[in-house]
Design a protein around this ligand. Structure first.
Ligand SMILES: *Cc1c(COP(=O)(O)O)cnc(C)c1O
Length: 476
């Protein structure tokens, strides 16, 4: 496929913009030479983007079992709601009385997500999961500071946490204390008790963790941290496994973030838009960023939080993602939300058991919404690695699972079929994995050179990492 710059022909274009008819305010800022844009017709642009779309794999093309990312089907009605002009043609600085509907979205969504998580208040400012983690940690820091407790400089993060957890803790100015997992994939309680102490600001727990397991000692974990004077943070990015079934707030957590773009119906990938709302218990509410949509005599209005950590993003965060999430919750209703969680777990276990026939699972336990296999045996006996299997799946019209993560499993493939795939689809997915395993025995070279049917076949990944070509080189 040609780059759009390679299609460019001098003098061709499709701009309909009139000449500028307002005064240029800062001539010194004006561009000296014209911007080097591709010169193409509208037809060329349209075909170019269609070709790009055709070369991309999305949920509408086939299975997308990318572990931890929840690439599920999102009902179109939620997009419809988010494109209503009442939500798209408003300005964040409009007077409150003219945007009551938007304030109701924030207010109602806060109520629903507090109910789902067992929290007392929630902010929609953070633009993604990791941003939510950072925000949640700032709340924890504000809490300790408000009590004059400056000794708490450490955040405990189990090694089964999502990779963003330790990074967020460092961003928030904390030292990370790593806790190993037991062979069963749970937090090692003894090591946790040893690590917790007067310098513990809090714990970040990803649950279900990155190997897809619900930590059975969760109540003990939060008790140990609270007893040491720390607070408990719940990474709820993968809430589709537990929503409507258990609540972080009931398990002893003080702060939680959700990934609306994973669990609550915003299509994602390719960089956004996302939303990582942060919920907290009453005693932390005063520190929340932004403003809350509160009930007043004239309807809803925006109220400051007294001890706010300040803004973490402009205005109200990615508001249209919240519209989709609210619409999703309202259409599913309480029973539908529980059913979605049950299906996420059932589907993952169905595929896990089918694949156990040929592949080695990293953990034998019943999983939640995802599971992790290890290709270590195949690597040793046939020279087939996790990346080989992932690439071969592309020939079956299936997006590869998450590879080489979590780091605690060698040759890991992390698979999340999601709740929106039918049993027929799950069978197709499982068949593809099983057939690849058979072919790996018969013709390993075929697997090692996969994919064979995609526009670009096996890439030189080392070359791409060492000598990346990150810009287009103009030849004239
Ligand atoms: C995806 C994910 C995150 C990070 O979310 P982003 O929106 O990508 O920043 C954090 N924790 C877990 C468990 C996740 O799955």
């Amino acid at each position: 496929m040609k780059l759009i710059f390679e299609r460019s022909v001098e003098g061709r274009g499709c701009s309909l913009l009139p000449e500028c008819d307002v005064p240029v305010v800062m001539p010194s800022m004006e561009r000296k030479s014209p911007l080097r844009l591709p010169q193409v017709s509208e037809n060329d642009i349209s075909r170019h983007y269609t070709q790009l779309a055709n070369a991309t794999h999305g949920v509408n093309d086939g299975a997308y079992p990318l572990g931890s990312c929840t690439m599920k089907y999102n009902p179109k009605v939620n997009d419809e709601a988010a494109s209503l002009p009442g939500f798209t043609r408003v300005h964040p600085l409009q007077p409150e009385e003219t945007v009551q509907g938007c304030l109701h979205v924030l207010h109602d969504a806060e109520k629903i997500f507090c109910e789902i998580t067992g929290m007392d208040a929630m902010t929609f400012q953070p633009a993604a999961g990791a941003h939510g983690e950072f925000t949640g940690l700032l709340l924890i820091r504000a809490f300790h500071e408000s009590r004059g407790d400056s000794r708490r400089t450490k955040i405990i993060v189990p090694d089964s946490a999502h990779g963003t957890n330790p990074a967020s803790a460092v961003m928030a100015g904390y030292q990370v204390v790593n806790i190993p997992s037991t062979p069963e994939g749970c937090v090692d309680l003894e090591k946790l008790a040893e690590a917790a102490g007067e310098d513990t600001a809090g714990l970040m727990l990803t649950n279900p963790n990155t190997v897809g397991l619900f930590d059975k000692n969760i109540l003990e974990i939060t008790r140990i941290i609270h007893e040491a004077g720390g607070l408990c943070y719940y990474d709820g990015a993968n809430l589709n496994a537990v929503m409507g079934v258990v609540r972080p707030g009931d398990m002893g957590f003080d702060v939680v973030h959700l990934n609306l773009h994973k669990t609550f119906s915003t299509p994602h990938g390719g960089g956004g838009p996302g939303s990582g709302p942060v919920g907290c218990k009453e005693f932390l509410k005063q520190f929340l960023p932004g403003r809350e949509a509160a009930e007043g005599e004239q309807g809803l209005y925006l109220r400051e939080y007294p001890g706010s950590i300040g803004m973490v993003r402009a205005f109200y965060g990615n508001f249209l993602v919240v519209v989709r999430a609210l619409c999703y919750c309202l259409t599913l209703g309480p029973e539908g939300i529980v059913q979605a969680a049950h299906m996420a777990v059932l589907n993952a276990n169905y595929v896990r058991v089918r694949l156990s026939e040929a592949y080695k699972m990293a953990y034998e336990e019943t999983c939640m919404h995802e599971f992790v296999m290890t290709l270590q045996p195949e690597k040793e006996t046939m020279g087939i690695t996790a990346v080989d299997v992932a690439k071969a799946l592309l020939d079956y019209g299936i997006h590869p699972p998450t590879m080489y993560f979590p780091l605690i499993v060698h040759e890991a493939l992390m698979i999340e079929p999601t709740e929106t795939e039918s049993m027929e689809n799950l069978d197709e997915l499982a068949e593809a994995f099983l057939e690849i395993h058979r072919k790996a025995q018969e013709d390993p070279e075929w697997i090692r050179s996969a994919p064979h049917t995609t526009p670009i076949t096996r890439l030189d990944e080392v070359g791409a990492a060492r000598n990346p070509r990150l810009h287009y080189e103009f030849t004239r």
